[in-house]
Write a protein that binds this ligand. Structure first.
Ligand SMILES: [Zn+2]
Length: 265
């Protein structure tokens, strides 16, 4: 599901405007934005039904945030949910629908959003928490390696995956992010100027054995650091890429036998 570039740019502009207006310096604080916009909110334990909900009643808006099943130290997911619900408030069409008594949905946050409304609120949230101008200012100060992503995630209070997506979108260094599950490549995202487009195991979608992700699925080995891999172990190319080396850094989330590889030159 995609939204048009025109619409996307509108949402980016809106999010950046809200960010600069309410939190011109330092980390974006959704609580401050809510309070100063007259929106009340609370954190509660609401089972597994939703991450956040924006409710409207007689001109008043309230955000419910679900902290159930969220690790004590990991507030990046709560911050993203909060920013997503603020999106439903600041995006005119969403707020007007709520005011007319229509229910938008309950918001679930997965890698692939379910519909346009959700996608729009996620787009707003990502650009509110990581305003593009500030994000680019930060990345331009440093030479790329994985620690840049970690510092960005700390600086902006966003999860590694949200930070990675933003970096793929607007970062200053070509990277590819590969999401694999049960020894199959499930999704991948790359910067527009990442040099390789075709996986070697194009048809089977299996992880090549001589990659860091492949090493995990085949031998159960995890690597803390970025490792050097051969470009032609990951990719096919019309050019001769024998001898070309790439970096691969893996993240091992604790669910669904998933590995996320970040690959760069
Ligand atoms: Zn939503």
């Amino acid at each position: 599901m995609e939204i048009s570039n025109v619409r996307k740019n509108e949402l980016i502009e809106l999010a950046e405007f809200v960010a600069d207006d309410f939190c011109p310096k330092g980390m974006i604080m959704p609580e401050i934005i809510a309070t100063r916009s007259g929106i009340t909110y609370n954190y509660g334990e609401y089972g597994t039904y939703f991450d956040g909900v924006l409710e409207h009643d007689a001109g008043e808006f309230h955000i419910y945030l679900n902290k159930q099943n969220i690790l004590y130290q990991d507030n990046t997911r709560l911050r993203f949910s909060f920013a997503h619900e603020l999106g439903h408030f600041f995006i005119d069409e969403h707020r007007n629908a709520l005011k007319k008594g229509k229910s938008l949905h309950k918001s679930y946050h997965r890698l692939l959003p379910k519909n346009i409304i959700e996608y729009e609120a996620d787009c707003f949230a990502s650009n509110l928490l990581m305003p593009p101008k500030r994000f680019l200012q930060f990345v331009h100060k440093r030479k790329f390696d994985f620690s840049v992503i970690e510092s960005l995630s700390k600086e902006f209070g966003t999860s590694l995956s949200a930070t990675l997506f933003k970096f793929v979108e607007i970062g200053n260094y070509p990277i590819m992010v590969v999401y694999s599950e049960n020894n199959k490549i499930k999704y991948h995202w790359c910067s527009h100027d990442f040099p390789y487009k075709y996986f070697k195991e194009h048809s089977s979608k299996k992880l090549p054995p001589l990659t860091v992700a492949g090493d995990y699925f085949i031998n159960g080995i995890t690597c803390e650091d970025a490792e050097i891999v051969n470009a032609n172990d990951w990719f096919s190319s019309y050019e001769d890429i024998r001898g070309v080396k790439l970096f691969e850094k893996c993240i091992y989330p604790t669910y669904n036998n998933v590995v996320i590889s970040i690959i760069w030159q």
